[in-house]
Write a protein that binds this ligand. Structure first.
Ligand code: GTP
Length: 303
C-alpha cells in the first residue's frame, strides 16, 4: 500500500527530482551494442518541447515491463532505481509489482510506469496480462547464469505477441558485480550476439553496486519519451491526449483478463490504490477526449 501511495505521489509531483531531469540525450551502454543509432532527441521533439506554447497536452506516460527468469534480479533493479536500496535476500514477486517514476525530459513532465513481473511459471498467466501496451520491454538475465540468457528470446516473443506496435527492446544482464572481468567478457560476447539477433539494446548492470542502473532507466525514459511524442506528432488526426490511449490499453482487459486481474487485486491489496488512481486517470482522459467528440479507440483493447 505504501509503495502504491508513493507511486501516486510521484506522479503528482509538481517537479521531478534533480536526478530525474533529462536535458541531454542519454548514451547507450555501448554504441556497438545498440540498434538505435540516433544520437540526440528528434529535431521535431526538441522543437515542440522548447516551444513557449507547447501544443502537448494530457498525461505523458509510458509503460516499461521487466521480464525474465526467476531470481535474475528484476525486482532488485527496480528497487535500486526507485528506492535506492538493495536487499541481498530473495523474495519472489507475486504476479506483478508496479512503480511510477516521474521525470522532466526537455522540461516536459513525463511518467515512466515500471511493471516488475514475476519470473515464476505459476504467475505467468497473471504477469503476461500486463504485457499489453508496453513501450519498453526489458528482458533481464543473470550474467552469472547463462541458462537464464538462453530463455530471453522466449520471454521477448511472449511480450511482443501482446503488443501491436513493436516496443523498444532492452536485453539487460544483471549482477555484473558477481563476475570477474575475464568471465564477464565471455558472457558479453554471447549476450551481445543475442541482443543483435533480437534487435535489442544491451546493458550490463549491478543492483548491488548501482553500476549502470540509473543510466539505463534514464535511457529507457528518454527513448520512450522521444518515441511517444514523435508518434503523437506524426498522427495527423490525433484526438486522444498523449498517454490516454496507453493507459486504456494497459488497463482495459478482455473479459478473462479482467477476471484474473480482479482475483489478483483482491489478493494483493496494496495495488488497489494505484489501480483505482490509474483507472480514474484513464477515465478522465477518455472523458476529456469524448468532450471533444473526437475520441477514437484503437484495437479491441479499449472497452
Ligand atoms: N550480487 C548481486 N545479487 C543480486 C543482484 N541483483 C539481484 N541480486 C540477488 O538475486 C536474488 C534475486 O533477485 P530479485 O531481484 O528478487 O529477482 P527477480 O528476478 O525479481 O525474481 P522473481 O521475482 O522471482 O522473478 C536476490 O537474492 C538478490 O539479492 C546484483 O546486482 N548483484
Amino acid at each position: 500500500m505504501l509503495e502504491s501511495r508513493s507511486a501516486v505521489l510521484k506522479m503528482m509531483q509538481s517537479q521531478a527530482f534533480k536526478d530525474r531531469c533529462i536535458d541531454e540525450f542519454p548514451t547507450p551502454y555501448s554504441h556497438r551494442f545498440t540498434p538505435i543509432k540516433q544520437l540526440d532527441f528528434s529535431t521535431s521533439v526538441k522543437q515542440v518541447c522548447s516551444s513557449p506554447r507547447q501544443p502537448l497536452s494530457g498525461l505523458k506516460i509510458s509503460k516499461a515491463i521487466f521480464l525474465g527468469d526467476v531470481a535474475v534480479g528484476k525486482t532488485s533493479l527496480v528497487n535500486r532505481f526507485c528506492h535506492k536500496v538493495f536487499d541481498g535476500n530473495y523474495k519472489a514477486t507475486i504476479g506483478v509489482d508496479f512503480e511510477v517514476e516521474r521525470f522532466d525530459i526537455l522540461k516536459v513532465p513525463f511518467n515512466l510506469q515500471i511493471w516488475d513481473t514475476a519470473g515464476q511459471e505459476r504467475f505467468k498467466c497473471i504477469a503476461s496480462s500486463y504485457y499489453r501496451g508496453a513501450q519498453v520491454v526489458a528482458v533481464v538475465f543473470d550474467l552469472s547464469n547463462l541458462y537464464s540468457l538462453s530463455h530471453c528470446a522466449q520471454w521477448l516473443e511472449e511480450a511482443l505477441a501482446c503488443n501491436i506496435t513493436r516496443p523498444l527492446v532492452f536485453l539487460v544482464g544483471a549482477k555484473r558485480d558477481l563476475l570477474s572481468s575475464s568471465a564477464y567478457k565471455h558472457v558479453e560476447e554471447q549476450a551481445t550476439r543475442l541482443a543483435q539477433q533480437l534487435g535489442a539494446e544491451y546493458w550490463a548492470v549491478s543492483s548491488r553496486t548501482g553500476d549502470g542502473v540509473s543510466e539505463m532507466f534514464s535511457r529507457m525514459a528518454a527513448l520512450a519519451f522521444d518515441a511517444s511524442i514523435l508518434r503523437d506528432l506524426n498522427t495527423a488526426n490525433t484526438t486522444v491526449p498523449i498517454g490516454a490511449e496507453l493507459v486504456c490499453e494497459s488497463l482495459f482487459f478482455s473479459k478473462n483478463e479482467k477476471h484474473t486481474a480482479s482475483v489478483f487485486y483482491k489478493r494483493s491489496k496494496r495495488h488497489i490504490l494505484c489501480f483505482i488512481t490509474l483507472t480514474f486517470t484513464a477515465l478522465k482522459c477518455q472523458k476529456r477526449a469524448q468532450n471533444k467528440q473526437k475520441y477514437t479507440c484503437h484495437g479491441s483493447s479499449c472497452m
